[in-house]
Design a protein around this ligand. Structure first.
Ligand code: SF4
Length: 174
């Protein structure tokens, strides 16, 4: 079972998709069952609490726009990603029966995110990114450079959140 680790943050913000596509609509309505402008402050507080030390005016402005567009159910967005969800690897050391990765049903080729590709994402989004989520279908601590990935995310002034199974005994801080 995966656990969430919130890593202490350097001044900065983070990442992610702000749009609500057709597939994401159902999930959005489950997460935010109460629609309307009165609900917006609660959503903003929830997102911004995690990234408060990374605030810059353009980031806050963009994230506010993104959350407003999400709340309105917009599919054509003027906002940019303020939350980055990056999968460091799609390899895992466990075989959980309800997970595509654990059962081997994930059809993608196994791999590790390169530092160059990773940094490129931050270069493209550094004006808006406030939060970085380092997880996906694989186990992030298996990535041999996971601590460098975290350092890079923080150097771009984003807070970092990571889900892990805490079952990688060889993962040690250098
Ligand atoms: S990624 Fe690994 S630990 Fe997480 S649910 Fe899948 S198999 Fe289990």
């Amino acid at each position: 079972m995966a656990r969430t680790v919130s890593l202490p943050m350097m001044p900065g913000g983070a990442a992610g998709g702000s749009g609500v596509g057709a597939g994401g609509r159902q999930l959005h309505e489950k997460l935010f069952p109460f629609r309307g402008p009165w609900h917006l402050p609660w959503i903003i507080e929830r997102y911004f609490r995690a990234a408060r030390s990374g605030f810059t005016f353009p980031k806050v402005l963009n994230a506010s726009l993104a959350l407003t567009e999400m709340q309105m159910g917009k599919v054509r967005l003027r906002s940019r990603p303020f939350l980055l969800r990056i999968e460091p690897t799609n390899v895992c050391n466990l075989q959980c029966p309800l997970c595509l990765c654990g059962t081997g049903e994930d059809p993608r080729k196994k791999g590790m995110m390169s530092i160059d590709d990773y940094t490129h994402i931050f270069e493209q989004t550094k004006r808006w990114a406030m939060i970085t989520r380092l997880d996906g279908l694989g186990e992030p601590t298996i990535h041999p450079k996971i601590f460098e990935l975290i350092r890079i995310a923080k150097s771009y002034r984003t807070s970092v959140v990571m889900h892990t199974n805490f079952n990688t005994p060889n993962c040690e801080h250098p």
